[in-house]
Design a protein around this ligand. Structure first.
Ligand SMILES: [Fe+2]
Ligand SMILES: [Fe+2]
Length: 267
């Protein structure tokens, strides 16, 4: 089976880019499942119900989140009503939403799990290694097709997670840094791995945000209100092929495309 995983979609430019590239790619490739990280999809931070709907309407099957999951407060109103929406599983048990979803594709059920790293992340989360180990142990009774979006800052924590889950899941795909890494590979146990899938959003920016504003903050050390940048966009994703029987990854391919500006309106 073939799965497409799209890196963090940032704001309106990222959504416009994703919509255009996804429609082209889906006509060429017959994906069994498409997943995207949507933690920055609404105005650069968080997710609204309208944006959530827009992303599902462009054909995405599962949306994962991250540390920005809660930035738009309205998510608390709809997170439990969206079966394809997954937030990091290592939050405390009373936090709404789900950390894992099992999608019944035509070929096999596929579990999609989201977890946040703890290195350089100020929130007090449960150990992602132990939380993922427990979730994988329980879901493997149902399927051996398991995709993990590991949303983390530190390269070391992500690489360590790849090795920790090698042979236990089909793929460990990093998100959060918004910069695509060139280390996509199949680990010896059959797990597809990349440290970061990258960002789908404004190309001439600082990880999606207007360069001027970010520089102003770095140089002045004062609070600056961030805005999503405009102009040309980039589409970042990975395409993974998984053996239908074993659940092991057969291939992983990085996708990086630059699109001309599709919109002029503010994000
Ligand atoms: Fe992000
Ligand atoms: Fe993030």
């Amino acid at each position: 089976m073939k799965i497409l995983f799209v890196g963090d979609i940032v704001g309106r430019p990222g959504r416009a880019c994703a919509k255009q590239v996804l429609s082209e790619m889906r006509s060429k490739h017959n994906y069994d499942l498409t997943i995207a990280n949507a933690e920055n999809a609404a105005g650069g931070n968080g997710l609204t119900s309208q944006v959530c709907r827009e992303l599902f309407d462009m054909g995405l099957d599962v949306l994962t989140l991250g540390n920005h999951a809660w930035d738009k407060k309205e998510i608390f109103q709809f997170i439990d009503n969206e079966p394809g929406l997954v937030r990091p599983l290592n939050y405390p048990p009373e936090v709404p939403g789900q950390g894992m979803v099992v999608v019944h594709t035509a070929k096999a059920p596929v579990a999609v799990i989201n977890a946040c790293g703890r290195v350089f992340n100020p929130t007090l989360l449960e150990c992602p290694f132990r939380a993922l180990e427990r979730a994988i142990h329980s879901v493997r009774k149902e399927t051996n097709h398991i995709i993990v979006d590991f949303h983390a800052e530190a390269t070391s924590e992500k690489v360590a997670m790849g090795w920790f889950l090698d042979g236990k899941v089909s793929a460990v795909l990093g998100t959060h840094t918004h910069v695509q890494t060139a280390d996509d590979r199949i680990l010896p146990g059959g797990t597809a791995y990349i440290t970061d899938a990258g960002m789908t959003g404004p190309r001439d920016s600082v990880i999606g945000i207007s360069t001027d504003l970010v520089l102003k903050r770095f140089l002045s050390q004062l609070p600056v209100r961030f805005e999503v940048a405009r102009g040309a966009t980039q589409f970042c994703a990975v395409e993974i092929e998984i053996d239908d029987d074993t659940g092991h990854a057969v291939s992983i391919r990085r996708i990086f495309r630059v699109q001309e500006s599709l919109i002029t309106k503010k994000s």
